[in-house]
Design a protein around this ligand. Structure first.
Ligand code: AMP
Length: 113
């Protein structure tokens, strides 16, 4: 999508601090980190949010989830971490391109606000 921020990051048109990169997945540091480690994992392909992923996308979805674990390993989050995806306005989604937050490096409280 031409007006999508994360599509532009995936295309290299907007710079990002990249942690992990494959043909179809990108992981980069959040510009406004909420924890010592805060990385966003996205498929390069545009989906508005996780609700748009279907059975046809199961292999890509598995690779994205596997990439969150790989990021946690690269960031040495051996004490634990959180993977979050926000959906829609009530879910707190501010960027409409599916992304998984990987948060760690401190104790995280529950429930979120
Ligand atoms: P969400 O609110 O769940 O949609 O998450 C969007 C995230 O994208 C927020 O945590 C923002 O801080 C982050 N963000 C926005 N613009 C950028 C950017 N240019 N580079 C990296 N992260 C960004």
């Amino acid at each position: 999508m031409s007006d999508c921020l994360f599509c532009k990051i995936a295309a290299g048109e907007i710079p990002a601090d990249i942690v992990l990169e494959t043909d179809d997945i990108l992981a980069f540091r959040d510009i406004d980190p909420q924890a010592p480690t805060h990385v966003l994992v996205i498929p390069r392909q545009h989906f508005d949010n996780v609700s748009d992923l279907t059975r046809d996308d199961k292999d890509l979805a598995a690779r994205v989830l596997s990439a969150t674990a790989e990021v946690a390993q690269l960031e040495t989050l051996e004490r634990g971490y959180r993977v979050v995806t926000n959906v829609g306005s009530d879910g707190g989604q501010s960027v409409r391109h599916v992304h998984f937050h990987v948060l760690g490096g401190r104790g995280l409280t529950w429930p979120p606000g």
